[in-house]
Design a protein around this ligand. Structure first.
Ligand code: ZN
Length: 600
């Protein structure tokens, strides 16, 4: 993956509508000339994330993130610039020429791993469905007995790894894949005597795992034999970090947005059986508890989570405790429980999809669920038991942001424990005053990105930087002001580094005869902080000042005045130095300059 030519980047920007692209990730609501949404990059309850279709820009007034469609994809998919351009180019059907110029090395490796994983997934899948190998036939039989249709096998590209040491290796060698990439992808393992490699996955049903962009980043491999580890998984690789992904989400994310809720189950088959039966808004965590990364990934699509447990699991306090994370991340959590001994897979096979949906509808609020668990665990009839329960429930109530909800739960708790509300309220007060001191900010955005852009701070502080900022806005709003700006101010007059860089680009585009608009301007920059500065300008409403020319003149004068002030100060310093060193000629010379400056 090499250098992407500028005209391709411009094409990608032109053909990837920002509203269409972003609404593929989060639901956008029209608000006047803009679109609004809850920001996917920080936790918020009222939307401060704005998308402007005319200017092809987004900006969040909450956390300050903003830019063009490429910036959005970079942030949302956690991609490097060229990766994001490639993804958008692919969607828009734009071919990117392969170039020999060196691109980012880590990007190269990642793309190679996705490619080799994809080829391996197809290889395993072909073995399973081609009906040639007896063991593969047995695997198909096994899946059929579990009730999994051929359609699902194809949809999830389920495969089979033969019971051979070098089956995948020899296939991939024929495809000219290097052993190094196979090893980096975690598909092969070095022999103990260090003399060569062997296939990691053997005699197992293969579940490829895809990210939301449909790229295969790893595998879960299930044995059909007793006595072996039921599943072995891909090791961590440059494209796979444990606990960062959700199984099946690439196929269910649209339904999750449409239904504005997601059902979370644990394993591959727990996912596939309900999905096959028509429950589309579902994901598998592939672990007992959701991680912060998984929750934040879900939160970009919905805030409503239904955790599904079988009744054995429900009692496991480690799992239950991990649910607290969901509340901390601002999610609305419900808990559904299945009949004793059943997991989602067996439940759907036995009772069908409708019964499953009924269990989902009956999901309890997380609060009721947890309270019931605690009442089973501690004896609510004794004083000690009641104290214990309230000590565990109150911190949870405290995590709710809404005071009405807090009060509602407090009342419920008081009812269940037969205690006066006031007593519990006093205890809750103690907890909340202790907790607020170290409430960490919740943001998935890098620290650099979360800080308000420099020039915004400048504007808030007023002063000369406000004038710089207004000039930038004015020339973008009315390009006929560019020549006068170029004539009268020097780039060095702009003290704000970002504004200076942006102005320089504007002058360059203008000199080249390129139309100065937001799209052409944003395509010149890759630095997210600069794009943020631009996006913040673009989502503002139309310029409120009727007389743009007068405002422009005032701001230019302000910059000029500032220039004279700083020159004057420089001269005064020089004069002082010359006086100290006794250089009278120099003093006279400088004083003359000073007088000129005042007159000018
Ligand atoms: Zn935000």
């Amino acid at each position: 993956m090499g250098f992407i030519p500028e005209e391709i980047i411009a094409q990608v920007l032109e053909r990837s509508g920002i509203v269409e692209t972003i609404s593929g990730y989060i639901p956008l609501k029209r608000a006047g000339r803009n679109f609004k949404a809850n920001c996917p990059f920080h936790n918020e309850r009222t939307p401060s994330f704005v998308v402007n279709s005319d200017k092809q820009i987004f900006h969040c007034f909450g956390c300050g993130v903003g830019g063009n469609v490429i910036t959005f994809v970079m942030q949302q998919e956690r991609l490097e610039f060229p990766e994001a351009v490639r993804l958008l180019a692919q969607k828009a059907g734009i071919a990117i020429p392969v170039s020999d110029a060196s691109g980012s090395k880590s990007t190269n490796i990642k793309q190679s791993i996705y490619a080799v994983n994809d080829a391996s997934a197809n290889f395993y899948h072909q073995i399973l469905i081609s009906d040639k190998d007896p063991a593969a036939r047995q695997a198909r039989e096994y899946l059929r007995n579990r009730g999994i249709t051929l359609e699902m096998v194809q949809k999830f590209r389920i495969g089979f790894a033969l019971d051979q040491w070098e089956s995948l290796i020899s296939f991939l060698r024929k495809e000219e894949v290097s052993l190094k990439i196979m090893e980096q992808a975690g598909l092969i393992v070095v022999k103990e005597n260090r003399d060569g490699f062997y296939d990691r996955f053997r005699n197992r049903i293969m579940f490829p795992i895809f990210n939301v962009q449909n790229q295969c980043f790893g595998f879960g491999a299930r044995t059909m034999k007793d006595g072996l580890a039921k599943y072995i998984n891909s090791p961590e690789t440059p494209v796979y970090t444990k606990g960062n992904h959700l199984y099946g989400f690439h196929l269910s994310k649209d339904a999750v947005v449409r239904l504005d809720s997601v059902i979370v189950v644990e394993g591959y088959l727990d996912f596939i059986m309900p999905f096959q039966a028509g429950v589309e808004n579902i994901v598998a965590s592939l672990g007992t508890a959701l991680t912060v990364e998984q929750i934040r990934l879900l939160r970009r699509y919905t805030k409503n989570v239904i955790m599904l447990f079988d009744s054995d699991q429900a009692g496991q306090s480690a799992t239950v405790r991990s649910l607290d994370l969901l509340l901390e991340e601002g999610m609305n959590v419900k808990v559904a429980t299945l009949t004793s001994g059943d997991d989602p897979d067996s439940f759907v096979r036995k009772f069908g999809a409708e019964a499953f949906q009924e269990k989902i509808r009956q999901a309890q609020s997380f609060f009721d669920f947890k309270l019931n668990q605690l009442i089973l665990k501690h004896d609510a009839k004794t004083i000690e038991g009641r104290a214990q329960i309230s000590m565990e429930v109150l911190p949870m109530i405290n995590k709710f942001h809404n005071a009405v909800i807090k009060f509602g739960y407090l009342r419920q708790l008081a009812d269940r424990l037969l205690l006066p509300e006031q007593v519990l309220a006093v205890e809750l007060q103690k907890i909340s005053s202790g907790v607020q001191k170290n409430n960490p900010p919740q943001s998935t955005v890098d620290v650099v990105m979360a800080q308000p852009p420099q020039s915004l701070t400048a504007v808030l502080n007023g002063g000369v930087r406000a004038a710089e900022y207004h000039i930038l806005r004015l020339v973008l709003d009315a390009v006929d002001l560019i020549p006068a700006t170029k004539d009268e101010v020097d780039l060095n007059d702009f003290q704000d580094e970002h504004i200076r860089i942006i102005m320089q680009k504007i002058f360059e585009l203008f000199d080249k005869g390129v139309e100065v608009n937001f799209q052409n301007l944003t395509s010149c920059f890759k630095d997210p902080r600069i794009l943020q500065n631009i996006s913040q300008l673009m989502v503002l409403d139309d310029f409120p000042i009727a007389d743009k020319i007068k405002m422009h003149r005032d701001c230019i004068n302000r910059l000029k005045l500032e220039r004279i002030k700083s020159q004057r100060k420089g001269l005064v310093d020089q004069i002082r130095h010359a006086e100290i060193s006794g250089d009278h000629n120099r003093v006279d010379e400088l004083k003359e300059k000073f007088n000129q400056l005042i007159k000018g």
